[in-house]
Design a protein around this ligand. Sequence first.
Ligand code: PLP
Length: 386
Amino acid sequence: MDFTTRRERRGTAATKWEKYAGTDILPFWVADMEFETAEPILEALRRRVDHGILGYTAVPETLTEATLTFLQMRYGWTVDPSWIVWLPGVVPGFNLACRCAGEPGDQVMMTTPVYYPFFAAPENGGRQRIEVPLVREGREWVMDFDALEAAVTPATRLFLLCNPQNPTGRVYRSEELEALGAFAERHNLLLCSDEIHAELLLTEDRPHQPIAQLSDALAARTITLMAPTKTFNIPGLPCAFAIIPDAALRRRFREAQSGLVPSVGPLAYAAAEAAYRHGEPWRQGLLAQLRENHAQVQAAVAALPGVETTPVEATCLAWLDVRALELTDPPAHFESHGLGLSPGEPFGDGNFLRLNFGCSPALLAEGLERLAAGVAAAGNGRGPSA
Ligand SMILES: Cc1ncc(COP(=O)(O)O)c(C=O)c1O
Protein backbone atom coordinates (compact mmCIF):
# COMPACT_ATOMS: atom_id res chain seq x y z
CA MET A 1 0.00 0.00 0.00
CA ASP A 2 1.62 3.18 -1.15
CA PHE A 3 -0.28 6.44 -1.27
CA THR A 4 2.70 8.77 -1.39
CA THR A 5 4.75 7.80 -4.46
CA ARG A 6 3.92 9.80 -7.53
CA ARG A 7 3.08 7.36 -10.34
CA GLU A 8 3.42 8.11 -14.04
CA ARG A 9 0.13 7.63 -15.90
CA ARG A 10 1.05 9.39 -19.12
CA GLY A 11 1.16 6.86 -21.96
CA THR A 12 -1.72 4.78 -20.55
CA ALA A 13 -4.43 6.84 -22.30
CA ALA A 14 -5.72 7.83 -18.85
CA THR A 15 -8.65 10.18 -19.48
CA LYS A 16 -7.45 12.52 -16.78
CA TRP A 17 -3.95 12.96 -18.28
CA GLU A 18 -4.89 12.73 -21.97
CA LYS A 19 -6.82 15.97 -21.78
CA TYR A 20 -3.59 17.89 -21.19
CA ALA A 21 -1.17 15.63 -23.11
CA GLY A 22 1.79 17.58 -24.44
CA THR A 23 1.23 20.52 -22.07
CA ASP A 24 2.56 21.40 -18.65
CA ILE A 25 -0.95 21.42 -17.15
CA LEU A 26 -1.37 19.06 -14.19
CA PRO A 27 -4.79 17.37 -14.15
CA PHE A 28 -6.90 17.67 -11.00
CA TRP A 29 -10.21 17.17 -12.71
CA VAL A 30 -12.00 13.85 -13.47
CA ALA A 31 -12.79 11.78 -10.37
CA ASP A 32 -10.32 8.96 -10.46
CA MET A 33 -7.34 8.85 -8.14
CA GLU A 34 -3.62 8.62 -8.77
CA PHE A 35 -3.22 5.57 -6.50
CA GLU A 36 -2.44 2.01 -7.51
CA THR A 37 -5.35 -0.17 -6.46
CA ALA A 38 -5.19 -2.77 -3.67
CA GLU A 39 -2.84 -5.72 -4.23
CA PRO A 40 -5.59 -8.34 -3.62
CA ILE A 41 -7.58 -6.75 -6.47
CA LEU A 42 -4.57 -6.89 -8.79
CA GLU A 43 -3.95 -10.51 -7.77
CA ALA A 44 -7.57 -11.47 -8.51
CA LEU A 45 -7.28 -9.84 -11.93
CA ARG A 46 -4.02 -11.66 -12.70
CA ARG A 47 -5.61 -14.97 -11.70
CA ARG A 48 -8.63 -14.32 -13.89
CA VAL A 49 -6.48 -13.28 -16.87
CA ASP A 50 -4.25 -16.33 -16.44
CA HIS A 51 -7.26 -18.54 -17.10
CA GLY A 52 -7.10 -17.12 -20.62
CA ILE A 53 -10.77 -17.26 -21.64
CA LEU A 54 -12.70 -14.06 -21.12
CA GLY A 55 -16.18 -14.91 -22.33
CA TYR A 56 -19.65 -13.68 -21.35
CA THR A 57 -19.95 -14.10 -17.63
CA ALA A 58 -22.86 -14.65 -15.25
CA VAL A 59 -22.93 -12.80 -11.93
CA PRO A 60 -20.66 -14.92 -9.70
CA GLU A 61 -22.59 -16.09 -6.63
CA THR A 62 -19.46 -15.45 -4.60
CA LEU A 63 -19.58 -11.78 -5.64
CA THR A 64 -23.14 -11.40 -4.43
CA GLU A 65 -22.18 -13.08 -1.13
CA ALA A 66 -19.17 -10.78 -0.69
CA THR A 67 -21.29 -7.70 -1.46
CA LEU A 68 -24.04 -8.67 0.98
CA THR A 69 -21.47 -9.28 3.70
CA PHE A 70 -19.89 -5.91 2.98
CA LEU A 71 -23.28 -4.13 3.23
CA GLN A 72 -24.03 -5.95 6.46
CA MET A 73 -20.68 -5.08 8.01
CA ARG A 74 -20.54 -1.43 6.85
CA TYR A 75 -24.16 -0.44 7.39
CA GLY A 76 -25.79 -3.27 9.33
CA TRP A 77 -28.03 -3.50 6.26
CA THR A 78 -29.50 -6.94 5.56
CA VAL A 79 -30.04 -7.04 1.80
CA ASP A 80 -31.76 -9.95 0.12
CA PRO A 81 -29.78 -11.28 -2.87
CA SER A 82 -32.89 -11.01 -5.07
CA TRP A 83 -32.95 -7.20 -4.59
CA ILE A 84 -29.64 -6.70 -6.41
CA VAL A 85 -29.35 -5.82 -10.09
CA TRP A 86 -25.76 -5.70 -11.38
CA LEU A 87 -24.92 -2.93 -13.81
CA PRO A 88 -21.93 -1.72 -15.82
CA GLY A 89 -22.00 1.62 -13.98
CA VAL A 90 -23.96 3.91 -11.71
CA VAL A 91 -24.69 6.38 -14.54
CA PRO A 92 -26.75 3.77 -16.46
CA GLY A 93 -28.46 3.07 -13.11
CA PHE A 94 -29.85 6.56 -12.60
CA ASN A 95 -30.73 6.84 -16.30
CA LEU A 96 -32.76 3.63 -15.97
CA ALA A 97 -34.40 4.95 -12.80
CA CYS A 98 -35.70 7.95 -14.80
CA ARG A 99 -37.20 5.58 -17.36
CA CYS A 100 -39.02 3.72 -14.56
CA ALA A 101 -40.56 6.91 -13.19
CA GLY A 102 -44.13 7.43 -14.38
CA GLU A 103 -44.61 8.13 -18.06
CA PRO A 104 -42.77 10.17 -20.69
CA GLY A 105 -43.39 13.84 -19.96
CA ASP A 106 -43.42 13.32 -16.17
CA GLN A 107 -40.89 15.10 -13.99
CA VAL A 108 -37.71 14.16 -12.17
CA MET A 109 -36.43 16.41 -9.38
CA MET A 110 -32.84 16.94 -8.25
CA THR A 111 -30.84 19.44 -6.24
CA THR A 112 -27.95 21.37 -7.76
CA PRO A 113 -25.01 21.64 -8.10
CA VAL A 114 -24.70 17.96 -8.83
CA TYR A 115 -22.60 15.38 -10.70
CA TYR A 116 -23.17 16.57 -14.27
CA PRO A 117 -24.66 13.37 -15.87
CA PHE A 118 -27.66 13.85 -13.53
CA PHE A 119 -28.80 16.78 -15.67
CA ALA A 120 -29.23 14.76 -18.88
CA ALA A 121 -30.79 11.66 -17.29
CA PRO A 122 -34.46 12.79 -17.19
CA GLU A 123 -34.41 14.03 -20.77
CA ASN A 124 -32.57 10.91 -21.96
CA GLY A 125 -35.64 9.01 -20.75
CA GLY A 126 -38.21 11.50 -22.12
CA ARG A 127 -38.85 13.08 -18.69
CA GLN A 128 -38.57 16.70 -17.61
CA ARG A 129 -36.02 17.94 -15.10
CA ILE A 130 -36.80 20.08 -12.07
CA GLU A 131 -33.73 21.63 -10.43
CA VAL A 132 -33.73 23.00 -6.90
CA PRO A 133 -30.53 24.67 -5.68
CA LEU A 134 -28.82 23.52 -2.49
CA VAL A 135 -28.22 26.41 -0.10
CA ARG A 136 -25.17 27.30 1.98
CA GLU A 137 -25.85 27.24 5.70
CA GLY A 138 -22.62 28.28 7.37
CA ARG A 139 -19.99 25.78 6.30
CA GLU A 140 -22.52 23.28 4.89
CA TRP A 141 -24.57 22.83 1.75
CA VAL A 142 -28.10 21.75 2.70
CA MET A 143 -31.38 20.91 0.98
CA ASP A 144 -33.95 23.70 1.01
CA PHE A 145 -37.20 21.92 1.84
CA ASP A 146 -39.36 25.02 1.30
CA ALA A 147 -37.93 25.31 -2.21
CA LEU A 148 -38.51 21.59 -2.82
CA GLU A 149 -42.15 21.96 -1.72
CA ALA A 150 -42.56 24.98 -3.98
CA ALA A 151 -41.10 23.17 -6.99
CA VAL A 152 -42.81 19.76 -6.74
CA THR A 153 -45.90 19.24 -8.93
CA PRO A 154 -48.45 16.42 -9.37
CA ALA A 155 -46.38 15.30 -12.41
CA THR A 156 -43.20 14.81 -10.33
CA ARG A 157 -42.44 11.09 -10.04
CA LEU A 158 -38.82 10.71 -8.94
CA PHE A 159 -36.24 12.44 -6.77
CA LEU A 160 -32.64 11.81 -7.82
CA LEU A 161 -30.44 12.02 -4.74
CA CYS A 162 -26.65 12.17 -4.68
CA ASN A 163 -25.38 11.17 -1.22
CA PRO A 164 -22.53 11.64 -0.42
CA GLN A 165 -22.94 14.67 -2.60
CA ASN A 166 -20.71 15.33 -5.60
CA PRO A 167 -19.44 18.06 -5.96
CA THR A 168 -19.99 19.59 -2.49
CA GLY A 169 -18.72 16.58 -0.52
CA ARG A 170 -21.70 16.68 1.88
CA VAL A 171 -22.79 13.56 3.75
CA TYR A 172 -26.42 14.11 4.62
CA ARG A 173 -27.42 13.49 8.23
CA SER A 174 -30.17 11.01 9.10
CA GLU A 175 -32.53 13.91 10.01
CA GLU A 176 -32.11 15.43 6.54
CA LEU A 177 -32.66 12.05 4.89
CA GLU A 178 -35.73 11.44 7.06
CA ALA A 179 -37.12 14.82 5.95
CA LEU A 180 -36.41 13.92 2.33
CA GLY A 181 -38.07 10.53 2.84
CA ALA A 182 -41.16 12.23 4.30
CA PHE A 183 -41.19 14.61 1.30
CA ALA A 184 -41.04 11.63 -1.08
CA GLU A 185 -43.87 9.88 0.77
CA ARG A 186 -46.01 13.03 0.89
CA HIS A 187 -45.72 13.48 -2.88
CA ASN A 188 -45.59 9.77 -3.75
CA LEU A 189 -42.16 10.02 -5.38
CA LEU A 190 -39.73 7.27 -6.16
CA LEU A 191 -36.21 7.88 -4.84
CA CYS A 192 -33.04 7.01 -6.67
CA SER A 193 -30.06 7.41 -4.39
CA ASP A 194 -26.59 7.49 -5.95
CA GLU A 195 -24.35 6.41 -3.06
CA ILE A 196 -21.20 5.67 -5.08
CA HIS A 197 -19.05 7.71 -2.67
CA ALA A 198 -20.47 6.12 0.50
CA GLU A 199 -17.22 4.43 1.45
CA LEU A 200 -14.98 7.46 0.91
CA LEU A 201 -15.82 9.10 4.22
CA LEU A 202 -13.39 11.69 5.50
CA THR A 203 -15.20 12.54 8.74
CA GLU A 204 -15.13 9.87 11.38
CA ASP A 205 -18.15 11.30 13.21
CA ARG A 206 -20.53 11.38 10.24
CA PRO A 207 -21.39 7.84 9.12
CA HIS A 208 -23.05 7.29 5.78
CA GLN A 209 -26.73 6.41 6.08
CA PRO A 210 -28.25 4.61 3.09
CA ILE A 211 -31.64 6.33 2.75
CA ALA A 212 -33.40 3.05 1.91
CA GLN A 213 -32.40 1.67 5.29
CA LEU A 214 -34.43 4.25 7.21
CA SER A 215 -37.70 2.30 6.92
CA ASP A 216 -39.30 -0.52 4.95
CA ALA A 217 -41.74 1.98 3.45
CA LEU A 218 -38.88 4.10 2.11
CA ALA A 219 -36.99 1.03 0.91
CA ALA A 220 -40.04 0.09 -1.16
CA ARG A 221 -39.86 3.35 -3.13
CA THR A 222 -36.06 3.48 -3.45
CA ILE A 223 -33.43 2.41 -5.95
CA THR A 224 -30.04 2.60 -4.26
CA LEU A 225 -26.98 2.67 -6.51
CA MET A 226 -23.60 1.61 -5.19
CA ALA A 227 -20.27 0.47 -6.66
CA PRO A 228 -16.75 -0.50 -5.63
CA THR A 229 -15.20 1.55 -8.43
CA LYS A 230 -14.69 4.95 -6.76
CA THR A 231 -13.67 3.56 -3.41
CA PHE A 232 -11.06 1.18 -4.75
CA ASN A 233 -9.99 3.33 -7.69
CA ILE A 234 -11.05 0.87 -10.38
CA PRO A 235 -13.49 3.00 -12.43
CA GLY A 236 -11.92 1.63 -15.63
CA LEU A 237 -13.45 -1.74 -14.69
CA PRO A 238 -17.09 -0.68 -14.63
CA CYS A 239 -19.23 -2.62 -12.18
CA ALA A 240 -22.05 -1.30 -10.03
CA PHE A 241 -25.30 -2.52 -8.54
CA ALA A 242 -28.79 -1.32 -7.80
CA ILE A 243 -30.58 -2.41 -4.62
CA ILE A 244 -34.31 -2.49 -5.36
CA PRO A 245 -36.32 -4.22 -2.62
CA ASP A 246 -39.72 -3.74 -4.32
CA ALA A 247 -40.35 -6.54 -6.83
CA ALA A 248 -42.58 -4.50 -9.18
CA LEU A 249 -40.09 -1.61 -9.31
CA ARG A 250 -37.26 -4.08 -9.90
CA ARG A 251 -39.18 -5.61 -12.78
CA ARG A 252 -39.71 -2.18 -14.36
CA PHE A 253 -36.01 -1.41 -13.92
CA ARG A 254 -34.98 -4.68 -15.59
CA GLU A 255 -37.41 -4.05 -18.45
CA ALA A 256 -35.95 -0.58 -18.98
CA GLN A 257 -32.49 -2.18 -19.08
CA SER A 258 -33.40 -4.66 -21.78
CA GLY A 259 -31.48 -4.25 -25.03
CA LEU A 260 -29.70 -1.11 -23.86
CA VAL A 261 -27.39 -2.01 -21.01
CA PRO A 262 -24.66 -4.62 -21.45
CA SER A 263 -23.73 -7.08 -18.73
CA VAL A 264 -20.61 -6.65 -16.62
CA GLY A 265 -17.41 -8.34 -17.78
CA PRO A 266 -15.39 -11.03 -16.00
CA LEU A 267 -12.48 -8.77 -15.03
CA ALA A 268 -14.78 -6.17 -13.50
CA TYR A 269 -16.60 -8.88 -11.52
CA ALA A 270 -13.30 -10.33 -10.30
CA ALA A 271 -12.05 -6.90 -9.21
CA ALA A 272 -15.32 -6.05 -7.44
CA GLU A 273 -15.34 -9.30 -5.49
CA ALA A 274 -11.72 -8.93 -4.38
CA ALA A 275 -12.43 -5.32 -3.39
CA TYR A 276 -15.36 -6.23 -1.15
CA ARG A 277 -13.64 -9.30 0.31
CA HIS A 278 -10.11 -8.07 0.83
CA GLY A 279 -10.01 -4.32 0.22
CA GLU A 280 -10.64 -2.99 3.72
CA PRO A 281 -7.01 -2.49 4.86
CA TRP A 282 -6.28 -0.64 1.61
CA ARG A 283 -9.41 1.49 2.04
CA GLN A 284 -8.33 2.46 5.55
CA GLY A 285 -4.90 3.46 4.22
CA LEU A 286 -6.56 5.45 1.46
CA LEU A 287 -8.84 7.29 3.89
CA ALA A 288 -5.87 8.24 6.07
CA GLN A 289 -4.15 9.74 3.01
CA LEU A 290 -7.29 11.50 1.78
CA ARG A 291 -7.84 13.03 5.23
CA GLU A 292 -4.30 14.42 5.18
CA ASN A 293 -4.75 15.69 1.64
CA HIS A 294 -8.03 17.29 2.59
CA ALA A 295 -6.32 19.14 5.46
CA GLN A 296 -3.65 20.29 3.00
CA VAL A 297 -6.35 21.63 0.64
CA GLN A 298 -8.25 23.39 3.43
CA ALA A 299 -5.06 25.05 4.75
CA ALA A 300 -4.03 26.18 1.26
CA VAL A 301 -7.47 27.57 0.41
CA ALA A 302 -7.76 29.37 3.77
CA ALA A 303 -4.63 31.31 2.84
CA LEU A 304 -5.98 32.39 -0.56
CA PRO A 305 -8.03 35.57 -0.68
CA GLY A 306 -10.94 35.25 -3.06
CA VAL A 307 -11.27 31.44 -2.85
CA GLU A 308 -13.59 29.66 -0.44
CA THR A 309 -14.53 26.07 0.16
CA THR A 310 -16.53 24.00 2.63
CA PRO A 311 -15.27 20.97 4.56
CA VAL A 312 -15.40 17.80 2.47
CA GLU A 313 -17.13 15.08 4.50
CA ALA A 314 -16.77 12.44 1.78
CA THR A 315 -15.24 12.06 -1.71
CA CYS A 316 -11.81 13.30 -2.81
CA LEU A 317 -13.31 16.42 -4.38
CA ALA A 318 -13.22 20.01 -3.16
CA TRP A 319 -15.77 22.50 -4.52
CA LEU A 320 -14.01 25.84 -4.79
CA ASP A 321 -15.97 29.07 -4.85
CA VAL A 322 -13.95 31.52 -6.96
CA ARG A 323 -16.70 34.11 -7.43
CA ALA A 324 -14.69 36.81 -5.65
CA LEU A 325 -11.86 36.50 -8.18
CA GLU A 326 -14.25 37.81 -10.84
CA LEU A 327 -12.65 35.73 -13.59
CA THR A 328 -14.28 35.71 -17.00
CA ASP A 329 -13.30 32.07 -17.59
CA PRO A 330 -12.20 30.40 -14.32
CA PRO A 331 -11.08 27.01 -15.78
CA ALA A 332 -9.04 28.67 -18.55
CA HIS A 333 -7.48 31.09 -16.08
CA PHE A 334 -6.12 28.27 -13.89
CA GLU A 335 -5.10 26.21 -16.93
CA SER A 336 -2.96 29.17 -17.95
CA HIS A 337 -1.21 28.68 -14.58
CA GLY A 338 -0.70 24.95 -15.21
CA LEU A 339 -3.68 23.65 -13.23
CA GLY A 340 -6.47 21.61 -14.81
CA LEU A 341 -9.61 21.71 -12.65
CA SER A 342 -13.17 20.56 -13.42
CA PRO A 343 -15.23 23.51 -14.64
CA GLY A 344 -18.17 24.17 -12.33
CA GLU A 345 -20.56 25.01 -15.14
CA PRO A 346 -21.57 21.44 -16.11
CA PHE A 347 -22.26 20.79 -12.39
CA GLY A 348 -24.62 23.76 -12.34
CA ASP A 349 -22.48 26.75 -11.29
CA GLY A 350 -19.74 28.30 -13.40
CA ASN A 351 -18.47 30.37 -10.46
CA PHE A 352 -17.03 27.22 -8.94
CA LEU A 353 -14.23 24.81 -9.81
CA ARG A 354 -13.78 21.25 -8.58
CA LEU A 355 -10.41 20.05 -7.41
CA ASN A 356 -9.70 16.31 -7.11
CA PHE A 357 -7.25 15.75 -4.27
CA GLY A 358 -6.95 11.96 -4.70
CA CYS A 359 -3.22 11.97 -5.44
CA SER A 360 0.19 11.87 -3.79
CA PRO A 361 0.87 14.71 -1.32
CA ALA A 362 3.75 15.92 -3.52
CA LEU A 363 1.57 16.22 -6.62
CA LEU A 364 -1.14 17.90 -4.56
CA ALA A 365 1.39 20.41 -3.19
CA GLU A 366 2.42 21.26 -6.73
CA GLY A 367 -1.22 21.70 -7.75
CA LEU A 368 -1.92 23.92 -4.75
CA GLU A 369 1.11 26.09 -5.58
CA ARG A 370 -0.32 26.56 -9.05
CA LEU A 371 -3.70 27.40 -7.54
CA ALA A 372 -2.00 30.08 -5.43
CA ALA A 373 -0.16 31.44 -8.48
CA GLY A 374 -3.44 31.66 -10.38
CA VAL A 375 -5.11 33.47 -7.50
CA ALA A 376 -2.21 35.93 -7.19
CA ALA A 377 -2.39 36.65 -10.91
CA ALA A 378 -6.15 37.27 -10.62
CA GLY A 379 -5.35 40.20 -8.33
CA ASN A 380 -6.17 38.56 -5.02
CA GLY A 381 -9.85 38.95 -5.59
CA ARG A 382 -9.64 42.64 -6.41
CA GLY A 383 -10.43 42.44 -10.09
CA PRO A 384 -10.91 40.40 -13.23
CA SER A 385 -8.08 38.37 -14.71
CA ALA A 386 -6.01 39.84 -17.48
C1 PLP B 1 -21.97 10.81 -7.94
C2 PLP B 1 -21.39 9.95 -9.01
N1 PLP B 1 -22.13 8.97 -9.55
C3 PLP B 1 -21.65 8.15 -10.51
C4 PLP B 1 -20.36 8.31 -10.98
C5 PLP B 1 -19.84 7.40 -12.06
O1 PLP B 1 -20.42 6.18 -12.01
P1 PLP B 1 -20.07 5.03 -13.07
O2 PLP B 1 -18.67 5.25 -13.55
O3 PLP B 1 -20.23 3.78 -12.25
O4 PLP B 1 -21.10 5.13 -14.14
C6 PLP B 1 -19.55 9.30 -10.45
C7 PLP B 1 -18.19 9.51 -10.97
O5 PLP B 1 -17.53 10.48 -10.69
C8 PLP B 1 -20.08 10.14 -9.44
O6 PLP B 1 -19.33 11.10 -8.89
